[in-house]
Design a protein around this ligand. Structure first.
Ligand code: 8YV
Length: 315
């Protein structure tokens, strides 16, 4: 394999990946291409691999200019933003980066849950605004003894659940296909039952049409005025308008959101609310995990050009 002769397109600068990628491949940056048709005619046929991530996905409009594309490697576990139907039709395999981010996302979920219930953001603002001394900061609630309702109990979900257990929480979950064998957590028969039981409803299912607006008006009503929603999966899973309405009317106690419907746009209504924690899709964003994800992207790419197989294929 002569990697230096292989042309790769990155969908945008992915800092942790660029140096290594540029030392081994000829890299084209999608974000720098203004005249797509002109670039496509001259350079498109040279591209053999696309590198993207879970948020950027792919645009078919661009893929159409890449007749010799052989593989897509994505830095992220979720691939709902990648047009897998189109790529399979062209026989192009796709890899993602499962497992290496489980711990980071689980830590982020716990951080959000703790911040939300102990009102850490409000407490910080309280001090910065000089209120300490003249006002009393209101008490929060503790996680110990509460029910953590898991919407999604895949590998990341289980990693979150183990940490929640360590905080003394009871774990419940709902799964469309019925309870998992060999798992002691309480299985609920519907998402409404789960939301009714949960004090903290943690959303960690893949995005895409199957889970769109899984968290809707009815689920939020079942969750109720003393309970919280935590979303570390995809914005599409929650009906954002229903969530805003519920928060505005005290339908639920609060929410912690790492993901949104139209990232990086966050609705003004959420920004204005004091009982909402907002973070910029940072679930997997630790130095350790981003490095591990980048390493896995490169390992997939190298293996593909060595023997035509991927380490972590999605299809
Ligand atoms: C990142 C993610 O947003 O893995 C996913 O599905 O959403 C995140 O890890 C992203 O893909 C980072 O490159």
């Amino acid at each position: 394999m002569n990697e230096s002769a292989i042309h790769v397109m990155v969908w945008a600068e992915i800092p942790v990946l660029m140096a290594e990628l540029e030392s081994q491949f000829i890299v084209h940056n999608r974000a720098e291409i203004k005249d797509l048709a002109g670039w496509g005619a001259a350079e498109g046929p040279k591209i053999e691999a696309v590198i993207t991530n879970g948020m950027l996905g792919t645009e078919v409009e661009v893929l159409e200019f890449l007749p010799n594309l052989k593989v897509v490697c994505s830095m992220g576990v979720g691939y709902d933003a990648i047009d897998t139907g189109y790529l399979s039709h062209r026989g192009i395999p796709v890899s993602n980066t499962p497992d290496v981010l489980n711990d980071a996302v689980a830590e982020a979920a716990m951080a959000l849950m703790l911040c939300l219930t102990r009102r850490i953001s409000q407490a910080e603002r309280f001090i910065r605004q000089g209120a300490w001394g003249s006002q009393t900061f209101p008490a929060g609630y503790q996680l110990t003894g509460k029910t953590c309702g898991m919407v999604g109990l895949g590998k990341i979900g289980r990693t979150i659940a183990r940490r929640a257990e360590a905080f003394g929480m009871n774990i419940a979950y709902y799964r469309r296909g019925g309870p998992y064998a060999n798992l002691d957590y309480r299985h609920c028969h519907s998402i409404i039952e789960l939301a009714t039981e949960a004090d903290y409803l943690v959303v960690i299912v893949p995005g895409g049409p199957d889970t769109r607006h899984l968290i809707n008006d009815d689920v939020l009503a079942a969750l109720g005025r003393n309970s919280y929603l935590i979303n570390v999966s995809r914005g599409s899973v929650v009906d954002e308008a229903a969530l805003i309405a519920s928060l505005q009317t005290g339908g639920i106690a609060g929410a912690a959101l790492d993901v949104f419907k139209n990232e990086p746009l966050v609705p003004e209504e959420l920004i204005e609310m004091d009982n909402v924690i907002l973070t910029p899709h940072l679930g997997s964003s630790t130095h350790e995990t981003r490095q591990a994800m980048a390493d896995l992207v490169l390992a997939n790419l190298r293996q593909f050009f060595n023997d035509g197989t991927l380490i972590t294929p999605i299809n």
